[in-house]
Design a protein around this ligand. Structure first.
Ligand code: SF4
Length: 375
């Protein structure tokens, strides 16, 4: 726990464990049940101010205000695509900007959320990788994105005027977690490099005492860090796991995802076998199709071979082009023959259309532009 004497820069109360909060309250002789009351204000009602906590005695609220704060994410900029995709830039308490995307489709709403400010893994196709790494997000900052995007989904469902950018995330009505059909940890950052906060955020989002969302509707997507795949497997997750593969031979994959040089595919395969043995779960394979790079029949054949190792579902993703990467998305003909090749080998394949093309909805693009405008 951060020192409570550090009043110049009070820590985010949402980063405390229950034990830490209990200890802090014990220092002012407050009763243990207050911890539960405060928990409900924070994680069920989404309060971002101590003044909301009317069932907490005034002196205790003053103590909390003096020693803690809320590092809330503030929705500051928003772009809406012609296909309904809404991208939101959140300003964090330290001035950093992260992105969350809401993707409506057929009455369903998928929220794509960030786990880090930037990323240092440098995948060639990724706008976030070009920003560099600033820091990990806290559980509260991940939670704020979910609450905000849930409320936005509710607003769109009710055809109300959209939530204005600039509003601080607060007060989710009970059951708000049910407004989102799916949450994917596929925004800015590599979730396995911020595993504890990501895990805690999922525990919170799915807790009946918080948003009560089903873990079956949550997917964590990673480029695949073998040690962390095993750690996740040992935690027996109820959520889904997706591997961002993008090439099934090491030479090619290392060109697209330089981190692959440290942990080549045989290591990832072993870790995924361990994951499947431990959890019995099918693995989602994400594969972005880049024209002339990884979309040939030979590439499809390597992918099919890779997928023999465990039960999988393949998501082929159309590329949302990022400037200056030198990469472009495969054409429809190449996509179709790639799909056909895999389906003839009895693999389950979905093609994910690129969403929000006109608002550069690939994560990291808005932040890069916004950073440039505001520096
Ligand atoms: Fe980082 Fe993911 Fe982008 Fe790779 S794809 S640079 S891991 S955010």
């Amino acid at each position: 726990m951060a020192s409570i004497s550090n009043i110049d820069f009070p820590p985010d109360i949402r980063s405390l464990t229950n034990e830490e909060l209990t200890r802090a309250l014990a220092s002012v002789d407050e009763k243990k049940f207050r911890v539960q009351q405060i928990y409900q204000w924070i994680w069920k009602l989404g309060s971002t101010t101590f003044d909301d906590m009317l069932n907490i005695p005034g002196p205790t609220r003053e103590f909390l205000k003096t020693h803690f704060s809320f590092h809330s994410a503030k929705a500051e900029i928003q772009q809406k695509g012609s296909d309904g995709t809404v991208k939101t830039g959140f300003r964090l308490y330290d001035g950093s900007v992260i992105e969350g995307v809401l993707i409506p489709a057929g009455g369903r709403f998928t929220a794509c959320i960030s786990s880090q400010v930037g990323c240092n893994l440098g995948c060639k196709f990724c706008a976030t990788g070009r920003l560099g790494f600033t820091r990990n997000l806290t559980t509260g900052e991940i939670f704020d994105q979910v609450v905000y995007l849930s409320r936005l989904a509710g607003t769109i469902q009710r055809s109300e005027p959209e939530s204005r950018a600039g509003s601080v995330v607060s007060h989710p009505e009970p059951g708000i977690g049910r407004l989102l059909s799916n949450i994917v940890y596929m925004g800015m950052g590599e979730p396995f490099l911020n595993y504890e906060a990501v895990k805690k955020s999922i525990e919170t989002i799915t807790s009946a005492e918080s948003l009560g969302m089903s873990p079956q509707r949550i997917t964590v997507s990673s480029i695949g860090i073998p040690k962390m795949i095993r750690t996740m497997a040992d935690d027996r997750p109820k959520y889904h796991f997706a591997l961002s593969l993008h090439a099934a031979n090491d030479k090619k994959r290392s060109r697209i995802i330089p981190f692959n040089l440290h942990h080549p595919l045989p290591e990832i395969i072993e870790a995924l076998k361990y994951y499947h043995t431990k959890t019995g779960k099918r693995i989602t394979i994400e594969y972005i199709l880049f024209a002339g790079v990884n979309d040939s029949p030979a590439d499809a054949s390597e992918l099919a071979l890779f997928c023999r190792n465990f039960p999988v579902k393949i998501n082929l993703i159309e590329y949302n082009a990022v400037n200056e990467t030198g990469l472009s998305g495969s054409g429809q003909e190449a996509i179709l023959s790639f799909v056909t090749f895999l389906e003839r080998r009895n693999l389950v394949v979905n093609v994910r259309k690129s969403r929000g093309k006109d608002i550069q909805a690939a994560c990291g693009q808005l932040s890069a532009n916004y950073k440039n405008v505001n520096k």
